[in-house]
Design a protein around this ligand. Sequence first.
Ligand code: PLP
Length: 844
Amino acid sequence: MNNWIVIKFGGTSVSGSDQWQQILSIIDKHHKSGYKVMLVHSAFSGLTNALELLLTGDEKQMSFIHNRVFDMANLFSINHEIVNQALNKLNTLTAHKNINPHQEAGILSWGEWVTHEICVEYLKRSININSFDPTQVLIASTTDKRNKRSQVLSAKCDVTHNQSLNEQLSQNLYMMPGFVAKDSDGNSVVLGRGGSDTSAAYIASLLNAHKLEIWTDVHGIFSANPRANPNARLLLHLAYQEAREIAASGGAVLHPRCILPLEQGNIPLHIKNTQSPNSPGTVLSHDYQATKPMVYAINTRHQVTLVSLESINMWHQAGFLGDMFNIFKSLGLSVDLISTSQTNVTLSLDKADNSIDDEILQQLSTRLKQMGTVEVIKNCSAVTLVGYRIRAMADKIAPVISTFADQRIYITTQSSNDLNQTFVVDEDQADKLGRALHEVLIPKDDTVANFGPSWQQLQQQKDKQAPPIIPWWHTASDKLLTIASNQSPCYVYDLETITTQVNKLQSLTAVDKIHYACKANSHPEILQHIHDLGVSMETVSPQEIERVTACCGESTKENILFTPNFAPKQEYIDAIDQGILVTIDNPYILYQWAEIFADQEVMLRLDPGHGSGHHRYVRTAGEQSKFGIPANELDAISVQCKKHNIKVKGLHAHSGSGILDHENWKRIVDYLGSCLPLFPTATVLNIGGGLGIKENPGDTGLDFEAFNKILEDFKSQHPNINIWIEPGRFIVAHSGVLLAKVTQTKWKGQQGYIGLDTGMNSLIRPALYGAWHNIANLSKLSKRAEYTANIVGPMCETGDILGIDRKMPKTEEGDVILIANTGAYGSSMSSNYNLRAPAKNIIL
Ligand SMILES: *Cc1c(COP(=O)(O)O)cnc(C)c1O
């Protein structure tokens, strides 16, 4: 045997004995095919994070690290002596006063080394495995021109095939930690976060391996971000260069840096899914260079800031652009996209590689103003097409772009290699534009070999094992038709669905207390039902407090949260008088009205910096949102609270609504956790609501297990902190449907319209947020769809639309139309606009 396969596994894959059985069977398969195997692994999950926090001075991480490694030693029945020695070493490493970057690298890589020792020891019992120390051969480049920290903490190595290494490694199976390397003087360096992929690429190149397999928890690289577009297709084959373009344009599956050494060594890369080992995955190699024009992927990067400079002086003026770029350079800002005309230059700053704050933008504006008129446009997104000879596809792209003519497309750029084209638009338009381009540019059939199954198809395959979930209103359709016949328009609610949702929340072992955000739906019977299930209440106005106490009893007050925003002073005084816990979300209150809160317990709502959610208007964090205390004021506020004996019971953050990505809460607990040292009296983190539900076709729903694990991990590091949540939508959305009768139908050219007896006065979410609700003709539930129509209301307003281009069966006057998932923010946001009464509420 003299040919290598390198396989790489991440932290979660090496943290359990079942996972190791799978890894052993993969090794066995490669051995049987005649290959030697080099296994590259990361640190046990959670360790590198804890080490990073330890380096920021968070001493409590040490006990987490102790527990984590002893747990793993016990799981794998490893002698504690190994762990004790490793921990002694960590103590020595962290004992230094002023830690330099090399020492920092030494501490960060400790997690990989201890994982390595434990796993080698464990595997030796069942297989002949040899430990390999990669720092013998992974040596940081001496020609790196970046600053010292980058050279040490995000090191790059020069690698080429090394024949003598091949001879030295005469056994069939080796195992090495990723991430770690040395510099030419023998000091520790590391390859940056996600650097284990790069380690694996380097070693594959040194060994001139047959291939590299990176095993992860996704299927591979897709033609779009599946979260924004469930029709995204798995890309089966890619050339390295295209994969690099995709990685750089926001399609993050791989660390972009790991591609280059493979490309140079001509080593194929297979991305494989650990949970679905027989799925095809994505293969990168030189063999897949396209020969005809084609788009592979459409990616979106959010949080792009545009700077536009208008000046007639740039005409024929030598050095104008040079002077302009010098200003960016002197502020340390790297420019991403540029477009120029005779009198205007517009360029983009990408948040990913710039630290952009208001102060920097202010300095930039001030200096650029000397050259012309400056405009800064924040909250943009870049939509990038990646493919081959994209210009040749203009006939397909142009019509899509022209339908966006009423939106601004700020910049269009095309790379000179014709491998990408980018459009910069407002953030809330980006996903829509991305989907529209995907629809016309990505093939839907199997005539082009590169495209595999869609994400939705892969998801459905997975879901097939689970029983189909039939919505409650399907089973209750007869009853609903009777109700609608004389009560339309009306909302109808199923309390059992609320119970199911609350039970799901109660299964989160890491959550100590659940509050229901009443504003989602404050119907008295619904409040009572939720209260009876043992849930507390979160309110945002005195009227909500009154409603809650009227429905659920005066005694609920001690568990009510009051979270007002820009409310008058008297509301705070009244709440404190009633003994209700108040959340303060503006420094103004603590300075101007401190006397109200002296000797009282309060919660502080912090702004974690960047909001999330399904629409710009529901993101409730970040500087574009009016909520929360900004980070730079916290030191002063901590002093002010001490001065007036204001007891901070806990910290709060609520970053948006309809969030399906569990990582959002990791950012929140990490941020709030990092603020805890300023408020030593705090015993609670309220991480807000915003838990998303399955709403759009293809939504996966929030991964509860992963969500709970994030919170459990946090609590194991902060054993004295209680975690609270305050969801609204999650509890009630699925429980309600809006029923309305068809009034009239209309055809305008190709466009059908179905008119209902209620519209935006009952349900404003589609008009306000572009929200998508499933719409069914309840009178014809078993009939086939025959045409597409816009479902509209009777209001004098163009935005009075409940659904666009819906596939409907033949629909007639008097049919009952059902708009699903309207239990949250439906009735509670309704109005009397046009003096039309909104739909009434009926509990089943
Ligand atoms: C609206 C709101 C919630 C609930 O949000 P959902 O998206 O309905 O879960 C929670 N906390 C605060 C402070 C809110 O304003």
